[in-house]
Design a protein around this ligand. Structure first.
Ligand code: ATP
Length: 260
């Protein structure tokens, strides 16, 4: 369980969000939604302990997040950030092996359990054929799949995912979402995922949080939140909201202005 207690964060003179109190329960998948610049990534970075709120506190299992060492945090919280596209001189396999760092204490660093975990997850994410290639030579989508593989071998019980499907084609988007869902169900993981796609969020997440206007504007299920009024308030657009033909969750469509 990870909790925010009245957290506030500003950047330069602008308040990104203030007084956010929320409990992220174990085993639930949360989607964080909101317009560009509303503070979604900043909230995620506060949850991981990478940023400290200006006011308030984040706790993990009722203890301040910063009371955990980086290695302890990494065993509990896995992060896939948007800024992971650095070009370090490592092979794909070496990049994935870095995900095992929280479990490696003495030389030789990598043991058979680490290799088994790395190989199994590379097969699952369809990156085993890239194993010996330099990470820097991959396409954007391939890099993203390698970084997702690295995240999953970390075996954290809370995943913080910042727009994880950027760069993925639709086949790999669906494989990724199904894999995360399967692992979540097996391991009772908490998933907190920043998304721009309201339709994927409605299908994938149990609960949604809308960040807008410097606050946590609304929380609930897609059924509760996807109203024309709220979508217009958050994004200043007039949506068309329908039910998904088979899943029956609300889906949001946009239409371009006809007056062009
Ligand atoms: N460390 C930082 N350096 C530069 N700008 C920052 C920093 N932290 C926050 N900001 C600013 O805070 C605002 C919110 O950024 P953040 O990335 O949290 O928003 P977001 O909701 O994730 O946006 P997007 O949907 O565009 O990814 C932006 O205007 C950003 O420029």
């Amino acid at each position: 369980m990870i909790q925010t207690h009245q957290i506030c964060k500003s950047w330069q003179d602008r308040t990104l969000f203030s007084k956010i109190s929320f409990t992220f329960e174990q085993g639930i998948c949360y989607g964080i939604l909101g317009p560009n610049g509303s503070g979604k990534t900043t909230l995620l970075r506060c949850l991981s302990g990478e940023l400290t709120p200006d006011e308030g506190m984040v706790t993990l299992i009722d203890k301040p997040i910063l009371s955990f060492s980086p290695r302890q945090r990494a065993r509990k919280i896995g992060v896939l950030s948007q800024e992971s596209f650095y070009d370090l001189p490592f092979t794909v396999e070496e990049m994935v092996m870095m995900g095992r760092y929280p479990y490696q204490r003495r030389w030789p660093w990598d043991n058979e359990i680490d290799y088994q975990s790395v190989r199994a997850m590379m097969t699952e994410l369809d990156v085993e054929s890239l194993a010996q290639m330099p990470f820097s030579s991959l396409s954007g989508g391939e890099k993203q799949r390698v970084l997702i593989t690295r995240l999953l071998v970390q075996e954290a019980s809370i995943l913080l995912l910042d727009e994880p499907m950027n760069h993925l084609d639709i086949q790999h988007q669906i494989r990724f979402l199904e894999l995360i869902q399967e692992i979540r169900d097996q391991q009772n993981m908490t998933i907190i995922i920043v998304l721009h796609d309201l339709n994927i969020a409605a299908q994938f997440c149990d609960r949604l949080l809308f960040l807008a206007d410097g606050k946590l504007l609304a929380t609930g299920t897609a059924e509760e939140l996807y109203t024309a009024d709220l979508i217009k308030q958050v994004y200043q657009v007039d949506p068309i909201i329908v039910k998904h033909p088979t899943l029956k969750v609300p889906q949001v469509f946009m239409q371009l202005s006809q007056n062009r």
